[in-house]
Design a binder for this molecule. Structure first.
Ligand SMILES: Nc1ncnc2c1ncn2[C@@H]1O[C@H](COP(=O)(O)OP(=O)(O)OP(=O)(O)O)[C@@H](O)[C@H]1O
Length: 618
């Protein structure tokens, strides 16, 4: 009985109740390359008016030499690229509605960007939480995950962490994530790249079994073996951004032969098609191109046989009425929204995942905390008991400055280094409509909060009392609040930089931004000693606000005279010492407000940068 239910469910996953035929006419795609010389003003044309049709229940291969435009065609058809695109894309003969289509399709890119610290099962569970209706029970979700593990041959690797999976397993896992919503259309960019022949065959045979359920599956493919090639039903050959052949694989040899390209006996037909596309078998491929064009337009190339969106609004009710969707169930509360689950649910799932990743990588979190405590103890030893000594105010100021710099750089570089990788996962998941960037941003701040507070606190507790800083609770908490703010600025700058550039460049960028700011902190150069036209820079330097706030918490608020253990101490009066830095009238709360504005500004930059990256990648 149990086995029967399993079999029925696995058949159900394979089955697809929406049949979608994708058509495209006169599709052009061009990009504006980075302008390096005056001559490069013309956009680079990648797809030159291609036509084609990808049918449901058929596994289609896109073949062509490197640079022919295979990935570009997939990017455009899946809706991942939209700028620089002209032409018509239709779904079942109706003009494509990109947003709707993105909900009904998935695109699995060449690189599988997954969270290495989660197991295979957890990865599917997270995807299920984002993609499935909240009404689907945990038991149903688990059953579905088990079925997908079974279907994709991942049962044995279910409890293995993604970072330890083989390339083929990762690829199948990416497919599994998208299968949870049973999308009728699936695009794959080189699903077999980097796989050995047996894993490639496994992946393609899984796709073949999915296609039999009625899906439309399109894969770009690179140098397939004869055996692999024969598993496809249809073929689409691209050469220099133009279509050379579109149709059944079984008809390919005959069509090529009609145009004068005879495939030798026992020759790999995929290799032959690529050789023709590369003009290795003769220069005159225009005949093939023209034939492919007439196939779609007919002799009188007019307006393509599609219906516009306005025209279909009347058709839609009947389409919807006839559909019986297995897993795609848009809950009432998210109806009309781009995402299957509510914002609150997106945040909660993202938070759970972040906590799980932190727990898995606990030694990294521990290391971060321990390094703060150890450096705190080290500084406590080096600057031992100098905090209330009038003859050592200069050394105490050096301690304040060093602590600030340590906290800043120690909380900056981890984000500059790690975020670019995380960004790739976020981009893939966001582009596949799992969650909004707002949900991600909120969850990121909340998930990082415990460490962002614990680390500076560990450092402060170790160093503050050893160095003999004032013991009043107010001063201690004011000091602590500045440290938390410095760590938050570092995190925000690290995230914004990580979102904008790669780590190698990021290290250079943050150093270039941060080091000049240090000059204007008021420690190295007194404010009154700065060139007048440069003084405004000290008002934008966050280090100035942080340093001034630290000085206020230690020496401000009419602190009584410091003890002097030498014959003469010039700075027995803390106020006199503050005057030396031009900080006697500074206000702690104004400085805190300055730091807060910086944090808010950097978080906004981080968010906009993420949005910008999503947009330019389209
Ligand atoms: N954003 C871009 N800017 C400039 N050129 C681009 C851009 N995107 C693609 N191209 C160019 O367009 C052409 C087609 O690229 P595409 O990635 O689609 O090729 P492909 O057939 O998938 O190649 P491969 O098999 O090597 O992956 C290439 O010459 C590529 O350099």
């Amino acid at each position: 009985m149990e086995n029967q239910t399993k079999f029925r469910r696995s058949q159900e996953i394979k089955k697809c109740h929406h049949h979608k035929n994708i058509g495209f006419r006169n599709l052009c795609y061009s990009v504006q390359e980075n302008k390096v010389s005056a001559r490069q003003e013309q956009p680079k044309v990648i797809l030159r008016g291609v036509n084609g049709e990808f049918r449901s229940g058929r596994l289609t291969a896109i073949l062509g030499p490197s640079g022919a435009g295979k990935s570009s065609l997939l990017n455009v058809l899946s809706g991942f690229k939209s700028s620089g695109v002209t032409g018509y894309i239709t779904v079942n003969g109706v003009e494509r509605n990109t947003e709707e289509f993105r909900r009904e399709s998935c695109y699995i890119t060449q690189n599988c960007y997954l969270m290495d610290l989660l197991t295979t099962r957890e990865t599917l569970a997270v995807a299920a939480s984002f993609k499935l209706n909240a009404k689907v029970t945990t038991r149903e979700k688990n059953d579905m995950i088990n079925d997908i593990l079974e279907l994709l041959g991942l049962r044995k690797a279910a409890e293995t962490r993604v970072g330890k999976l083989s390339g083929g397993e990762k690829k199948r896992l990416s497919i599994g994530q998208e299968l949870l919503t049973n999308p009728p259309v699936m695009f794959f960019d080189e699903p077999t790249s980097g796989l050995d022949s047996s894993s490639s065959l496994q992946v393609i045979s899984h796709l073949k079994s999915l296609v039999r359920g009625g899906r439309t599956i399109v894969c770009s493919i690179h140098q397939p073996s004869s055996r692999l090639f024969e598993m496809f039903d249809d073929l689409y050959v691209l050469a220099e951004g133009q279509c050379l052949y579109s149709g059944a694989i079984s008809d390919m040899t005959a069509v090529f032969q009609e145009s004068g390209f005879k495939c030798p006996k026992y020759y790999n037909r995929a290799d032959f098609a690529v050789e023709v596309a590369c003009r290795e078998r003769g220069m005159n491929i225009e005949k093939l191109i023209a034939k492919a064009e007439t196939h779609f337009h007919g002799p009188d190339t007019g307006r393509a046989d599609y219906i516009t969106n306005e025209e279909t609004s009347m058709l839609r009710p009947s389409i919807k009425k006839n559909s019986t969707d297995t897993y795609i169930q848009v809950p009432q509360e998210t109806m009309g929204s781009r995402y299957p689950v509510t914002l609150a649910r997106q945040i909660s799932v993202l938070l759970k995942r972040a906590v799980l990743c932190t727990i898995r990588d606990l030694h990294l979190a521990q290391l971060r905390l321990v390094s703060h405590v150890v450096i705190g103890l080290f500084l406590g030893g080096v600057f031992y008991g100098i905090g209330d000594e009038a003859s050592k105010v200069a050394s105490n100021t050096a301690f304040l400055m060093f602590s600030m710099m340590f906290l800043f750089f120690c909380n900056l570089f981890p984000f500059v280094h790690s975020f670019p990788l995380e960004k790739l996962v976020v981009m893939r998941e966001h582009m596949n409509n799992w969650y909004s960037l707002e949900a991600y941003h909120i969850s990121k701040i909340v998930a990082e909060l415990p460490l962002q507070i614990l680390c500076p606190t560990g450092f402060l507790v170790s160093a503050y009392f050893l160095t003999g800083q004032p013991t009043e609770a107010t001063r201690f908490f004011q000091f602590w609040a500045v440290f938390i703010m410095v760590a938050a600025i570092a995190q925000s700058l690290g995230l914004a930089t990580g979102a904008a550039v790669e780590p190698q460049l990021g290290v250079f960028v943050v150093s270039t931004i941060a080091l000049p700011m240090l000059i204007f902190s008021g420690f190295y150069l007194r404010l009154q000693d700065m060139q007048v036209f440069l003084q405004w820079l000290s008002y934008v330097a966050y280090f100035r606000y942080a340093f001034e706030a630290l000085m206020q918490s230690v020496y401000g608020y009419d602190r009584p005279y410091l003890k002097c253990s030498e014959a003469y101490c010039h700075f027995k009066s803390p106020r006199k010492y503050l005057e030396e830095f031009d900080m006697e009238d500074a206000n702690y709360w104004t400085d805190m407000l300055g730091l807060l504005v910086w944090i808010a500004a950097l978080q906004i930059v981080f968010h906009l940068m993420l949005k910008f990256k999503m947009r330019v990648s389209r």
